[in-house]
Design a protein around this ligand. Structure first.
Ligand code: NDP
Ligand code: 8X3
Length: 251
């Protein structure tokens, strides 16, 4: 039987590439995001390969998150795969001058949003005693870098929550995975720098990971045999050694 996946943050970057990768493998898709035009476009394109529905909600809205996921049409109710991907960095500032709004956004979206979505999906998985949750962490969840403070904190939290999920869901046979990429060329930096010029230089002078590279690893994780769980992946582009060392060509 075809599997069903719910992907948050499907309107851009890693989530969008994962939707395309899963569609190739005929996984039924519940695609989530806030930009309706992009959700419509994805539904039009991917419906050629698989069944697709879209959900428009902000993961910060606890009531709406629980409501929309709780009222899925019957054919999409049994979620086999949850990709907790929605999230971003907001700002890159030293802790002494960071913006409270940016801090709220990162903790509310990257951490609490992930929890709300999980809360809506996990009961079905425990009832069926099967499922796979993939949380998109980051290299920032393993290593703190200058001015990364709160974003790194949010991603360290994602990793701790992932480990907690793996422990608590172990009796139910549910797989839990963290995929932790380094620099990926998406809209991430446009969001972090609020569309400012700084975003233009982030992926210049080297070949960053592409969203499709991460999507392939996500599909690898979900396509392992029943007895195999890919627990934790750290992936960088070849030019990146860690959060602060990136080999760039002079341009
Ligand atoms: P993008 O900015 O390209 O995509 C972010 C996605 O998250 C969009 O689809 C956006 O959709 C969604 N999103 C953001 N805020 C909300 C919200 N409040 N409610 C619902 N959806 C939301 O970035 P990436 O693809 O790069 O990021 C995806 C994940 O990967 C994030 O968790 C990020 O932290 C992580 N990551 C990214 C790396 C990178 O270098 N790019 C590296 C490591 C991890 P919409 O605006 O339509 O709601
Ligand atoms: C995104 C990668 O290095 O900008 O999580 O934090 S980084």
């Amino acid at each position: 039987m075809k599997k069903t996946a719910l992907i948050t943050g499907a309107t851009s970057g890693i989530g969008r590439a994962t939707a395309y990768e899963f569609a190739k493998h005929e996984i039924k898709l519940i695609l989530c995001g806030r930009r309706q035009d992009r959700l419509d476009q994805l539904q039009n394109e991917l419906s050629k390969s698989t069944e697709v529905i879209t959900l428009n909600f902000d993961v910060r809205d606890r009531a709406k998150t629980l409501e929309v996921i709780g009222s899925l049409p019957e054919a999409f109710q049994n979620i086999d795969i949850l990709i907790n991907n929605a999230g971003n960095a907001h700002g890159l500032d030293p802790i002494q001058t960071g913006s409270l709004d940016d801090w709220d956004a990162m903790m509310d979206i990257n951490v609490k949003g992930l929890l709300y979505v999980s809360k809506a999906v996990i009961p079905g998985m425990t009832e069926r005693q099967s499922g796979h949750i993939i949380n998109i962490g980051s290299s920032a969840g393993k290593e703190v870098y200058p001015k990364g403070n709160v974003y790194c904190g949010s991603k360290h939290a994602v990793l701790a929550i992932t480990e907690g999920m793996r422990i608590d869901l172990n009796p139910f046979g549910i797989k839990v995975t963290a995929i932790n990429p380094g620099l990926v060329e998406t809209e991430f930096s446009e969001v972090r720098f609020k569309g400012g010029k700084q975003a233009d230089s982030v992926y210049k002078g080297y070949k960053a990971l592409q969203a499709e590279d991460v999507a392939e690893v996500i599909y690898f994780a979900v396509s392992r045999p029943a007895h195999v769980n890919i627990a934790d992946v750290l992936m960088f582009c070849t030019a990146q050694a860690n959060s602060t060392i990136v080999k760039k060509e002079l341009i």
